[in-house]
Design a protein around this ligand. Structure first.
Ligand SMILES: Cc1cc2nc3c(=O)[nH]c(=O)nc-3n(C[C@H](O)[C@H](O)[C@H](O)COP(=O)(O)OP(=O)(O)OC[C@H]3O[C@@H](n4cnc5c(N)ncnc54)[C@H](O)[C@@H]3O)c2cc1C
Length: 397
């Protein structure tokens, strides 16, 4: 078997597939010269998991065979990367395969640390402990919300970077909306325990979301980091991040956004920064030490919100700069930190936050996106999935 490729891409998620498709569109000579190393059988459109948890979409539509999204002209190696040997332009896999490359793209996503909260792993998917962050259990979120009879509904946001910083609160707004419809809202207290200092870090959208919290009478408690769940007693323990004090909340249902971290095999490699993330230049996406290595998506140390929308802007930059490097040309494509968070604030309501590294809004629509709109909810529910499968993964948008 030939284990030497012009380009090797680690990870066949949103970022890996998008960048492969872009490279092939921009340079026909790369046909059959690109390998994607990806162990999973399935590819997921994770942004829809919020609506699955809220009962507004079926989880099956978010899953496709990996084979069906691998672009024609790339070779899929179904193995997991174990180690990076950038000085030898090589990687090794869990099957003991050594693969060499001329150019490497690292797009391995983020690692969800279910063990980061004591008691979570064992409780997940039963006893009213749910999470949209797991394909296996995402439909249990809807089961829990649908059968909720009142009491305290608790939602959490951890003290680590997460994929889609808005997702921990989106499911809370959907649940609150549903409790009104199911007639249990009057006997329900909705509590948000978040490690963040505020509801959102872009001022314009924060102002809207603070009004949403007020309107919905949500008890938002900031700088609280969930550290333990006692599923038998239904008690959650938080640590106050400023005082170190422990605080317990008795709940009747809990939606947990688990802590997340850089993938361990990146953290343990020469490619990581001090915090374990893939160390890339924030504009060119080129590795800060190894010139023939690029990185993007959730595993990269880009100081912006980790979303698929961000990857939509990163993939063309990475592909263009790799091709420039191949041609000995300067790297002119530049990523500005664009990210977007479609914050669902109820069924048929959405605030479309768009911003860049400056944390200032950079809105694409010809209207004020901080206003909750039904049109933007339809965009998220019905249009963005089509654009993802048929556009972004094909390298056309
Ligand atoms: C509940 C939820 C809601 C979200 N909402 C939104 C939203 O509304 N809008 C939005 O834009 N984004 C949203 N996101 C975030 C978005 O899904 C991610 O940012 C995006 O999928 C990241 O793409 P990625 O390619 O970096 O990682 P992934 O798409 O997670 O892919 C990583 C790939 O790397 C592979 N991999 C892992 N380890 C190895 C290894 N050792 N060797 C080789 N391959 C490996 C994995 O199998 C996987 O296929 C949401 C996510 C969740 C979970």
């Amino acid at each position: 078997m030939n284990n030497n490729y012009k380009v090797v891409i680690v990870g066949g998620g949103s970022a890996g597939i998008s960048v492969a498709a872009r490279l092939l569109r921009q340079s026909h000579s790369l046909f059959n010269q690109i390998a994607i190393v990806e162990p999973a059988d399935k590819h997921y459109y994770q942004p829809l998991w919020t609506l699955v948890g809220g009962g507004a979409a079926k989880k099956e539509v978010t899953e496709r065979e990996m084979q069906s999204v691998i672009p024609e002209g790339t070779i899929w190696i179904q193995e997991a990367v174990n180690t990076f040997l950038p000085n030898e332009n090589a990687i090794t896999t869990d099957q003991g395969t050594l693969i060499t490359y001329e150019y490497l793209v690292v797009a391995a996503g983020i690692e969800v640390n279910w063990n980061g909260v004591k008691g979570l792993q064992e409780a997940l998917g039963q006893h009213e402990v749910c999470s949209n962050y797991s394909y296996t259990h995402v439909d249990y979120t809807w089961e829990t919300i649908r059968s909720f009879k009142g009491g305290t509904a608790l939602f959490t946001h951890p003290a680590t970077p997460v994929k889609c910083g808005g997702a921990p609160q989106k499911i809370m707004y959907l649940a609150e909306d549903y409790f009104n419809r199911s007639g249990v809202r009057n006997q329900t207290q909705v509590v948000f325990g978040s490690a963040n200092p505020a509801i959102f870090d872009v001022a314009k959208y924060r102002a809207t979301l603070e009004k949403v919290l007020e309107r919905k009478q949500i008890d938002a408690r900031f700088r609280r980091n969930l550290i333990e769940i006692n599923a038998e007693e239904k008690i959650a323990t938080f640590e106050h991040l400023d005082t170190g004090a422990k605080e317990t909340v008795a709940y009747d249902m809990i939606h947990v956004t688990p802590p997340m971290q850089a993938p361990t095999f990146i953290k343990n490699s020469p490619l990581s920064d001090a915090a374990g993330w893939l160390d890339v230049h924030k504009h060119t996406l080129q590795h800060n030490q190894f010139a023939n290595v690029f990185g993007l998506g959730d595993c990269a140390n880009l100081p912006t919100s980790k979303t698929g929308a961000a990857i939509r802007k990163q993939a063309p930059v990475a592909a263009t700069n790799i091709i420039s490097l191949m041609r000995d040309q300067p790297l002119t494509a530049s990523y500005d930190g664009y990210s977007s968070c479609p914050i669902v604030t109820g069924y048929n309501k959405l605030v479309l936050a768009e911003f860049d590294y400056t944390k200032e809004p950079c809105e694409m629509m010809p209207f004020n996106q901080a206003v909750e709109r039904q049109s933007m909810y339809i965009l998220k529910k019905d249009l963005l999935p089509v654009m993802y499968w048929n556009g972004m993964l094909k390298g056309t948008m």
